[in-house]
Design a binder for this molecule. Structure first.
Ligand SMILES: N[C@@H](CCC(=O)NCCCC(=O)O)C(=O)O
Length: 251
């Protein structure tokens, strides 16, 4: 019997006082423990990065978390970043190469919010830097003055692709999700298929078209109170099942 799967979580690089720190939100760590029954392993985002191939060879899954920072737009070749945009180049330099490597090595990937954007950009896709200014889209940002429970509460439904992974998890064609993002998918990355869309048409979730390995990326936050929401829990349990399969193969 293999021991519990090891899931890597790349960290954010944050300045606290005079020193840089490596940080991962505790709700993501808790969701790996409580929702997936796996062991979280924090991956420092260093420059230059660690040997990511070696690292992935020791892991059974990868969780790309959300973050307030945004991917530097030169990674998707569009207009320069807007003034005041918060970036984390060390995290970009870790997560963007991790995505294709994880696919190549068949390491299961679950990606949340910034994580979905990283999956899309790593596979050649592009982003809207401000969804709410992009034309026909709603404002998908949270109210930063609201309580956390309100910020992470249901914000809008998503329509789930028939025959998709999320429709199977939900057992329904739609589900309610939270919404806390200013950026979003513009052009879809290569090899991705749409799993869910918002009522305004924005892409809200993607998976690997080839089904070669488990990769599910969602724009909402299923880690929030994961055990209280059957749909969110189902997402972590589907990821955990893929991680267990890899752990058995690695044993
Ligand atoms: N910065 C991006 C991604 C949004 C995101 O990941 N928010 C997470 C907030 C904190 C957390 O819950 O981890 C965007 O604005 O689109």
């Amino acid at each position: 019997m293999p021991s519990a799967p090891l899931v890597g979580l790349p960290s954010d690089r944050k300045q606290i006082g005079l020193h840089p720190f490596q940080a991962v939100g505790e709700k993501y760590i808790r969701a790996i423990v409580d929702g997936a029954q796996c062991v979280p392993v924090l991956i420092p985002s260093l420059t230059p990065s660690l040997d990511l191939r070696d690292l992935l060879g020791r892991l059974d899954g990868l969780l790309l978390t959300g973050a307030y920072s945004n991917i530097e737009p030169h990674h998707y070749g569009l207009e320069p970043s807007y003034a005041g945009n918060l970036h984390d180049p060390a995290r970009d330099g870790t997560t963007l190469p991790l995505v294709p490597l994880a696919i190549e090595m068949k390491v299961p990937v679950l990606a949340v919010c910034r994580g979905l954007q990283e999956v899309n950009v790593a596979l050649g896709g592009t982003l809207y830097q401000k969804v709410h200014e992009a034309g026909d889209y709603d404002d998908h940002r949270e109210d930063l003055n609201a309580t956390l429970d309100d910020q992470y509460g249901p914000a809008h439904p998503v329509r789930l692709a028939p025959e998709g992974l999320l429709a199977k998890i939900a057992g329904a064609p739609e589900a309610d999700v939270n919404s806390l993002h200013g950026q979003g998918v513009r052009d879809l990355g290569i090899g991705l298929r749409v799993e869910a869309t918002a009522p305004d048409g924005l892409i809200e979730a993607v998976s690997l078209a080839s089904n070669d390995s488990f990769l599910l990326a969602v724009q909402w936050h299923p880690e929030w109170k994961v055990r209280e929401n059957p749909f969110y829990l189902g997402i972590f349990q589907a990821f955990a099942a893929a991680c267990r399969t890899r752990a058995e193969q690695r044993a």
